[in-house]
Ligand binder design. Structure first.
Ligand code: NDP
Length: 325
C-alpha cells in the first residue's frame, strides 16, 4: 500500500510517499482503510522531532475510514464498521493499524471527512472550554490564531456557551473568518504595539478571566499580561515555538494567575470519556453549534505541501490528507 514515511526528522521534504507492506493487526488491533486523515500542527512537531517518535514512522494522528480486518481479542468494532480515531501515529496512509479501544464508531450522518476534520480539534476545543477552563456565559475570552483549525472551533464553542471572543490573527482575511465564527473583536498582531493593552482596551480597561493560547513563544507574555487578577492562562500549543523557561513568581506578580499546559491525550485516555467527548462533538456538528470548515484536501503524494502551507500560516480551518484525492 502507499504511505508517507519519515526516515529522518526535518522539513516538509522528509515526508516521502513510498510502498510499504499491508499492515497486519495484532491482538486488540484493527486495520482501517483510511478515507481521510486530518492534518494537525502536532504532525509538524512529530516531523520536526520536537516530539520524538521512533524512526521510521508514518505521520498523522487523526483519521476516519472503514474497518477491514480485526486481530484477536477485539470486542469494540467489527469488519465493515465506519470509525474515526485520534491515535499516534500512522494515518497518512491507505491503511492504518489502530488499537480497537481507541476507535470511535461514526453515526450514519457523520461523513468520513467531517470525522477526520473534527475529532482531534473538536475534542480539543471540547476539553479546553469544559475542563481546562469551564467557560461561563458572560466571560470575555482571548483566543489566539482564531482562524486556525482549533481556533475556529474554539471561537464557535465559546460563543455558543455565551462567551465573548476577542481573537487574534495575522491577516484581515483570517480576521473576517474569525468574525464569521463568532468573534466579537479581532486584533491583527501586526497592527498593535502592545497586544495586552489592546485586549484590555477592548474589554473596558479590564483584564480577562482566561486566555487560550496555542501560539506559544510569540504570544505568551501578552497572554499573561491580558489576564485579570486570578485569571487563567490555558497554554495548549506552540505554533510559533516553545515558550522559554520562566520564573513562576511572574504568576504571583501578574495577580495570582494560574497556568495550565494541557494535552488532549489526558482528556480522552479513558474509553468512556473518549466516546462521550466524540458524541458531544458530533452533536454540536449536527446542531450546527460547530461548523467544520475543510479548506484544503491534499493527496498522499502532496502531504509535504500540506505541512508547508500550515507552517507558512497560509491556511485557515481544517486540512485533510485524502488517499484517493
Ligand atoms: P492551526 O490551523 O491553528 O495553525 C497554526 C496557526 O498558528 C497558524 O495558522 C497561525 O495563525 C498561528 N501562528 C502564529 N504564529 C505562528 C508561527 N510562527 N508559525 C506558524 N503558525 C503560527 O493549527 P492547529 O489547529 O492544528 O493547532 C493549533 C495549536 O493547537 C497548535 O499549537 C497545536 O499544537 C495545538 N493543539 C494542542 C492540543 C492539545 O491538546 N494541547 C491539541 C490540538 C492542537 P495566524 O497566521 O492567524 O497567526
Amino acid at each position: 500500500m502507499r504511505a508517507i514515511q519519515v526516515y529522518e526528522v526535518g522539513g516538509p521534504e522528509v515526508l516521502q510517499e513510498v510502498d510499504v507492506d499491508q499492515p497486519q493487526p495484532g491482538p486488540g488491533q484493527a486495520v482501517v482503510e483510511v478515507a481521510a486523515s486530518g492534518v494537525n500542527f502536532l504532525d509538524v512537531y512529530h516531523r520536526e522531532g520536537r516530539y520524538t517518535l521512533p524512526l521510521p514512522f508514518t505521520p498523522g494522528t487523526e483519521g476516519a475510514g472503514t474497518v477491514v480486518q480485526v486481530g484477536p481479542d477485539v470486542a469494540d468494532v467489527a469488519v465493515g464498521d465506519r470509525v474515526g480515531w485520534v491515535e499516534i501515529p500512522g494515518t497518512y496512509a491507505e491503511r492504518a493499524v489502530v488499537d480497537s479501544t481507541r476507535l470511535v464508531p461514526l453515526p450514519d450522518d457523520i461523513g468520513f471527512e467531517t470525522a477526520a476534520a473534527v475529532l482531534l480539534q473538536g475534542m480539543t476545543a471540547h476539553y479546553l472550554v469544559k475542563d481546562a477552563y469551564p467557560v461561563q456565559s458572560g466571560d470575555t475570552v482571548l483566543v489566539h490564531a482564531a482562524a486556525g483549525g482549533v481556533g475556529l472551533l474554539l471561537t464557535q464553542l465559546i460563543t455558543h456557551l455565551g462567551g465573548r471572543v476577542i481573537g487574534t490573527t495575522s491577516t484581515t482575511a483570517k480576521a473576517e473568518l474569525a468574525k464569521r465564527a463568532g468573534a466579537a473583536e479581532v486584533i491583527l498582531y501586526s497592527a498593535v504595539d502592545d497586544l495586552a493593552a489592546e485586549v484590555r482596551r477592548l474589554n473596558g480597561g479590564q483584564g480577562l478571566p482566561v486566555v487560550f493560547d496555542g501560539v506559544g513563544a510569540h504570544t505568551f507574555d501578552a497572554s499573561l499580561a491580558s489576564l485579570r487578577t486570578r485569571g487563567h492562562l490555558v497554554l495548549f500549543g506552540a505554533a510559533s515555538g516553545a515558550v522559554p523557561p520562566f520564573d513562576p513568581i511572574r504568576l504571583a506578580h501578574g495577580g495570582s494567575l494560574t497556568l495550565i499546559r494541557p494535552s488532549l491525550g489526558d482528556f480522552i485516555a479513558d474509553r468512556s470519556e473518549l466516546l462521550q467527548r466524540a458524541t458531544d462533538v458530533f452533536e454540536w456538528v449536527r446542531s450546527k453549534a460547530l461548523e467544520v470548515t475543510v479548506t484544503a484536501r491534499y493527496p498522499l503524494a502532496e502531504a509535504a505541501r500540506a505541512h508547508s502551507d500550515l507552517e507558512a500560516r497560509r491556511t485557515t480551518g481544517k486540512l485533510l490528507v485524502v488517499p484517493d484525492a
